[in-house]
Ligand binder design. Structure first.
Ligand SMILES: [Zn+2]
Length: 129
């Protein structure tokens, strides 16, 4: 069984990789924890400014993403039209959380990974056999 620290590890790897945005379900593919626990932990990481949370609107018919135009805001109950022309009412069921790795955190992880100082610490931590 995984622990919430595995989520931290996953996010750290994501920050180091070309991944910029990810769904909580991407984490559950590698971390064996219930989705609500993963989501809660990811929310904590947004409080720590490591991640940002966005909501993606998806058409219930074709799952195409509906992106608001700049400055445009949607409210629950609004009628929306997807890129394929399906009309639907905006509700919680059409909203999907997506997390973005903040650039500041991404930079911090990159610096940390290439710092020779880290390498020295790691070497010291390897137990002698
Ligand atoms: Zn559609």
């Amino acid at each position: 069984m995984s622990t919430v620290w595995d989520i931290d590890e996953w996010v750290e790897e994501a920050a180091w990789s070309p991944i910029k945005r990810f769904y909580p379900t991407a984490v559950t593919k590698n971390v064996e924890l219930p989705i609500n626990l993963v989501f809660e932990h990811l929310l904590k990481l947004t409080e720590q400014s490591k991640l940002s949370l966005f909501w993606e609107i998806r058409c219930p018919c074709c799952y195409y993403t509906v992106s608001p135009a700049e400055g445009e805001k949607f409210d629950s109950g609004d009628m929306l039209v997807c890129p394929k022309g399906h009309e639907f009412e905006l509700s919680n069921e059409n909203l999907f959380p997506i997390f973005e790795v903040n650039s500041g955190y991404r930079q911090y992880i990159r610096e940390k990974k290439k710092s020779p100082f880290q390498g020295i610490i790691r070497k010291k931590l390897i137990p002698a056999t």
